[in-house]
Design a protein around this ligand. Sequence first.
Ligand code: AN7
Length: 344
Amino acid sequence: MTYQGLIHRYGQYLDLPAHTKTISLLEGNTPLIPMPRLSREFGCELFVKFEGLNPTGSFKDRGMTAAVSEAVGRGAQTVICASTGNTAASAAAYAARAGLRSIVLIPEGKVAAGKLAGAIAYGAEVIQIQGSFDDALTLVVEITQKTPIALVNSINPYRIEGQKTSAFEICDVLGAAPDWLCLPVGNAGNITSYWAGFKQYQKGLPQILGVQAAGSAPLVLGHPVEKPETIATAIRIGKPARGEQALEAAQESNGKIIAVSDEEILSAQRILASEGVWVEPASAAGLAGLIAESAKGFDVKGKKVVVVCTGHGMKDPSIITESFQSPKLIPVNYNALVDVVGGA
Ligand code: AN7
């Protein structure tokens, strides 16, 4: 049978209420891409779980199919979220599909172009706030406590249910859980979901390396960060809603949560692109963490390692174009072309 999306594929493993009415864009089923060069470098079997290939370009679609399906089933008319961008685009798309109104709150000036454009294209009412993601989350929690508007941030338990499916897919492809799973950590919904998913699926447990950006690393510092900063705007989050669960996942899995610099993130982004996988900066944090740990003696030789790349590079084009020269311009003339290309 043709693929019909995550709730159809894995619904039996998801704790969703009976009133759930499936809204799907055929999310999930993303490729686990072998990375031969990185594998050789680390002496391991390294795969990228490329979540940027979901319908709206990020892993958020896994949780959003579940959260919006539940909300629409119970009669919600409007959904709302705070977002660094990807949740906004995903919420907007699934709300559009379900015929619901969507409202998204984003931190002023700190959302990558592809995400903002997506949210607008799918018809969300986009509201910028003069504050951070964390401030936006506080506001949306309050309004959903006082009105029937449905909250679709990952505080919503159905988001976690949906996002467990990536762990299931990895186990289905590899036959078992990998030895290590490396992924970025922002509001900490995803690391929570993976850990819950691997535990439930009973195909073994990976050790988890969660990676924050150094300027937004509350789980590494052990306290909230009032003014988080990083070029990886997706994970520019100072008070993760599921911080406790993230720390539990790292501890129970015998893994850890670390921080990497923006330079390390951009370098990992380039390395991934040089092997054909272009991801947004935050999505390169998992690999950046693996590289940083390896430099300190962490050894993954002979292991299976999955690096989760959470969002597509096209979400944040300016991070690339700003750091490169514009393409050379030539007249329509063969000799001019040869001058530029050379004889190779
Ligand atoms: C590409 O969209 O929080 O630790 O509002 O977009 O589950 O928060 C995005 C988070 C990693 C972190 N990679 O995941 C939002 C938002 C990308 C992301 C994360 C995000 P969580």
